[in-house]
Design a protein around this ligand. Structure first.
Ligand SMILES: NC(=O)c1ccc[n+]([C@@H]2O[C@H](COP(=O)([O-])OP(=O)(O)OC[C@H]3O[C@@H](n4cnc5c(N)ncnc54)[C@H](OP(=O)(O)O)[C@@H]3O)[C@@H](O)[C@H]2O)c1
Length: 283
């Protein structure tokens, strides 16, 4: 019995020492990795700032399709703040009004998407295009959804290419796949592929998951899903959701980075990581 107690005491002392050692090891490991991660992101942020300065000096121009929408709105705001482009043109079906002075020099082209060929000039003279256009089946019906998310987007891309655009950015969706059985994902995948065939000098496809945004328009299903998924998004921030400003920031950060690939697909996690770099920049 005495022996057992001694053994137990010796055992628990050994376990205690082992636990302490493990604790010290784990915390130094985590600390090293956090510090390494932090300094990596600081270095990336510094590199990014240099890239942005260089990009600015090129005096590029851009257009945004869908600037009245949730992503487009944030993208426009962030683009104005970054001053990356010497001119920003909004191409949309209606004129937007802005109260903030920062929007004074934004150019607006109002077009009829059913007769886009008649508005080819609106697409001329932009180096970069950002497309955040889209609707839903619930809002526009099946045909209407295909018309907007495929036909309008593709025609706009064609006119942009003809008008001299060299870098086209498409906000697509997580799971986009032209062979999908789901209409939404199929249409997104199809338009991705059709634009690729236009052979832009650079084509960036963004595939965000569910956008975390307080949407003005009422979309009950999306609202319910967001409420339900919100706690999960804290635990797994890139699994099924993404904050909307991360998408806009990722589009901007990505534009200034030189890449070797003509076509790049940024999945949700890549978008999140790129969008987050901006977060560090502003801290
Ligand atoms: N919601 C999500 O969780 C989610 C997730 C992944 C990907 N996406 C995709 O990301 C893109 C942007 O999404 P979002 O939620 O930011 O968009 P949004 O808020 O619904 O805005 C859509 C934009 O498209 C324009 N638009 C819609 N129907 C149109 C029509 N018939 N003719 C001309 N313009 C039209 C709207 O203009 P008006 O203001 O004039 O209507 C608006 O500027 C979409 O392609 C969407 O499918 C969304």
């Amino acid at each position: 019995m005495l022996m057992c107690k001694t053994c137990f005491k010796a055992g628990s002392a050994r376990s205690g020492v082992f636990a302490c050692l493990m604790f010290v090891f784990c915390s130094s490991f985590l600390r090293f990795h956090n510090v390494a991660g932090f300094s990596f992101s600081v270095r990336m942020t510094q590199d990014l700032q240099t890239l942005k300065e260089n990009y600015k000096a090129k005096n590029k121009t851009c257009f945004i399709l869908g600037a009245s929408g949730e992503t487009g709105k944030v993208l426009l705001k962030e683009l104005l703040q970054s001053q990356l482009f010497s001119r920003i043109t909004l191409i949309g079906r209606r004129k937007l009004t802005f109260e903030d002075e920062a929007y004074t020099n934004v150019v607006q082209e109002v077009v009829d998407f059913e007769k886009l060929d008649d508005f080819a000039s609106a697409f001329e003279g932009h180096d970069v295009g950002f497309c955040c256009l889209g609707t839903t089946k619930a809002k526009a019906g099946e045909e209407g959804f295909i018309r907007v998310d495929h036909d309008y987007v593709l025609k706009s891309a064609e006119l942009a290419k003809a008008g001299g655009c060299s870098h086209f950015n498409l906000e697509s969706s997580k799971g986009a796949e032209k062979t999908s059985n789901f209409l939404y994902l199929k249409v997104k995948g199809q338009v991705e592929a059709d634009i690729e065939a236009l052979d832009f000098v650079r084509y960036s496809i963004f595939r965000p998951a569910m956008l975390l945004v307080d949407r003005k328009e009422s979309r009950p299903t999306e609202w319910m899903a967001r409420k339900f998924l919100s706690p999960l998004s804290h635990l797994f921030p890139t699994a099924i959701t993404i904050p909307i400003n991360f998408v806009a920031r990722a589009m901007i950060n990505n534009a200034v980075i030189d890449v070797d690939n003509k076509v790049e697909i940024l999945e949700n996690k890549a978008i999140y990581n790129l969008g987050q770099l901006w977060e560090n920049e502003t801290k």
